[in-house]
Design a protein around this ligand. Structure first.
Ligand SMILES: O=C(O)CCC(=O)C(=O)O
Length: 258
């Protein structure tokens, strides 16, 4: 099992997601139509209910969180990700921010449909073709949410020192108003949303940040208009010693660069 220690953030509102940890906690009784279906011989076969999901709401914040994979399956998926995902070290020194190249404190890879490209902090990525483990996760997300994604950005954090700074996923290649499906494996890490009006010295409003803990095998659906109003980050957490892999599935439009 791959577990990190969830840490306490004292200035943020921490949501008790109720489906946290590594356990599936079915809090509501399944409706009768979810309980069984008819098998080929006319006998009843159990149909698993969809995983329970929590709504996360704020001013312009609209997310859903659920455990998508049980612990054993999540362990297997993580092993396959560690074995099969190819990160591309050395191809670029990092990200181009305010005219300077910075090395990034994590490893990245992009996979997706062949005709797509995606520009992220000044770097244009061409995706690698889909591989079976990524298709497996993508298809599970589609079956639970009804959304089909054509692109995935993968971030691997070797431990709690690796992180991602505050940003919004507002790249012009994204299909307008489309959701982003964020699937996590490995160490449980804090994930912080901060409203755009409450950032830094020029904050015009006081809206509490929202901290979630993204567990092994979990899915966070970030729905419109979350990315218009809320920045998100994965802060440093020194007590986390094990790796984490996060996959953000996106709907990307092919842009004619001519
Ligand atoms: O690792 C995470 O949970 C966050 C990743 C992220 O913010 C991104 O891919 O834009």
């Amino acid at each position: 099992m791959f577990k990190g220690k969830p840490t306490a953030g004292n200035k943020t509102s921490k949501l008790n997601l109720g489906v946290g940890g590594d356990r599936q906690s079915g809090t509501r009784r399944p409706r009768p139509e979810e309980e069984e279906a008819e098998g080929e011989d006319g006998g009843a076969v159990p149909v698993p209910p969809p995983p329970p999901c929590r709504q996360i709401r704020g001013q312009g914040l609209s997310c859903e969180y659920r455990l998508l994979f049980g612990p054993a399956e999540a362990d297997g998926v993580l092993r396959r990700l560690e074995r099969d995902v190819r990160y591309r070290p050395g191809e670029r020194p990092g990200l181009h921010i305010f005219g300077k190249w910075h090395s990034i404190p994590r490893r990245q890879a992009v996979y997706g449909d062949p005709e797509l490209t995606y520009t992220y902090s000044g770097v244009t990525f061409s995706p690698e073709p889909w591989i079976p483990v990524l298709e497996h996760i993508r298809d599970r997300v589609a079956s639970v949410t009804g959304h089909n994604f054509n692109f995935v950005l993968i971030n691997r954090y070797k431990d709690g020192l690796d992180h991602i700074g505050e940003h919004r996923d507002d790249e012009r290649e994204l299909v307008p108003r489309s959701p982003i499906a964020s699937v996590s494996f490995g160490a449980c890490r804090d994930f912080v949303f901060r409203h755009c009006d409450s950032r830094g010295k020029n904050a015009t409003r006081r809206i509490k940040p929202v901290t979630l803990q993204l567990a092994h095998g979990s899915l966070l659906m970030m729905k419109y208009p979350t990315n218009v109003y809320w920045y998100h980050s994965l802060p440093v957490r020194k007590r986390v010693l094990s790796p984490r892999i996060n996959l953000t599935f996106r709907k990307v439009i092919a842009i004619d660069k001519k």
